[in-house]
Design a protein around this ligand. Structure first.
Ligand code: NAD
Ligand code: UDP
Length: 345
């Protein structure tokens, strides 16, 4: 198996953790990232953790010329494709930007892979492709679609494109990784999630309250049909998720076709349970207010992660305590994220 991997969006939250996992597994990483939602500092920190170099190209995945240059200058054998826009709410306000970056970007990348004979692809998909009607736990054989925002629809569309491309070309092998709710940070505290502006996601918001950047958490709804009335999600440690990408790459080596895998723990945790677990791990009280439901939130979903276990040999090993402790270590060591030294913020 070749060892050089192109990682699109490698400076981002999941991408940076995956770079560490790739390097630990003996892969060489080449990164393309526009830095539209990240900082080059993340890549410097990854290199500090691994002690190994990363070749970085700053630019957009829709830039055909740049992709051609990257594939010409590096003997790439596989691509892990993270690059894209990910804010669910914003996607309803800027749908064209989301389809441009996520769908057109993936098409340009696929064309370049085809032109340069690169045949293995790991794609960042999401549990959101199961839509609003799917029964829990989500299992890969469920019908997908009925997505309720352009972000989710863009992920669903790219999944369909990749299935069609793999059906037409038996040499192509694709892993569609459907992430549940990644949280946490590398245990070094050097890399982590660094959202721009007000965080949309629960853990970054809690962490910013804990560090004093925000006054209190709003818990969106306590009248859901769940044990404590707050929503249930399947939170998984980003380091486990990163390792899932390495397993997927290894799995792709002798496969053809496109296969979807859920990456989650298989357990649902409520918002209130998360707040309590975070307080316990950090020793910091997180003030919160019970607020109205957030539009579009589903009451509860979690993964059936047995396919990833059987076929990829992957399970999420790190528990809630570790997820919270690592989130807190990252946030308290870097209260402004990569901010003070970031090049793009
Ligand atoms: P992120 O925003 O931290 O990382 C995405 C990276 O891609 C950023 O570094 C950004 O600068 C870069 N980028 C965006 N558009 C680009 C473009 N057109 N060309 C080049 N670079 C571009 O997000 P993340 O949380 O690391 O997510 C990575 C992937 O996983 C995304 O595709 C996201 O949709 C998907 N995903 C994330 C979650 C989650 O909860 N974080 C859940 C499910 C799926
Ligand atoms: N949530 C919340 N307050 C916040 C952010 C999120 O109560 O400030 C809740 C949200 O309603 C959901 C859960 O936390 O039930 C996870 O939300 P997140 O946006 O992190 O993930 P997603 O909804 O995309 O699964």
């Amino acid at each position: 198996m070749g060892r050089r991997v192109l990682v699109t969006g490698g400076a981002g939250y999941i991408g940076s953790h995956t770079l560490v996992a790739l390097q630990e597994a003996g892969f060489e990483a080449v990164v393309i990232d526009s830095l539209c939602n990240s900082s080059e500092v993340a890549l410097q920190r990854v290199q500090a953790i691994s002690g190994k170099p990363i070749r970085f190209y700053r630019g957009d995945i829709r830039n055909r010329k740049l992709l051609g240059q990257i594939f010409t200058e590096n003997a790439i054998h596989a691509v892990i494709h993270f690059a894209g826009l990910k804010a669910v709410g914003e996607s309803s306000q800027k749908p064209i930007d989301y389809y441009q970056s996520n769908v057109s970007g993936s098409l340009v990348l696929l064309e370049a892979m085809q032109a340069f004979g690169v045949k293995q692809l790991v794609f960042s998909s999401s549990a959101t492709v199961y839509g609003s009607e799917a029964p829990v736990p989500y299992v890969e054989t469920l019908q997908t679609g009925r997505t309720s925002n352009p972000y989710g629809t863009s992920k669903w569309m790219v999944e369909q494109v990749l299935r069609d491309a793999a059906a037409a070309n038996p040499e192509l092998s694709v892993a569609l990784l459907r992430y549940f709710n990644p949280v946490g940070a590398h245990p070094s505290g050097l890399i982590g999630e660094d959202p721009q502006g007000i965080p949309n996601n629960l853990l970054p918001y809690i962490a910013q309250v804990a560090v004093g950047k925000r006054n209190e958490l709003s818990i969106f709804g306590d009248d859901y049909p769940t044990p404590d009335g707050t929503c249930l999600r399947d939170y998984l440690h980003v380091v486990d998720l990163a390792i899932g990408h390495v397993r997927a790459l290894e799995w792709l080596a002798d496969k053809s076709g496109a296969e979807a895998f859920n990456l989650g723990t298989g357990r649902g945790t409520s918002v209130l349970e998360i707040v309590r677990a975070f307080e316990q791990a950090s020793g910091v009280t997180v003030p919160y207010r019970l607020s109205p439901r957030r539009a579009g939130d589903l009451p509860a979903f979690w993964a059936d992660a047995s396919k990833a276990k059987c076929e990829l040999g992957w399970v999420a090993n790190l528990g809630l305590e570790q997820m919270m402790a690592d989130t807190w270590r990252w946030q308290s060591k870097n209260p402004h994220g990569y901010g003070a030294v970031a090049t793009n913020k």
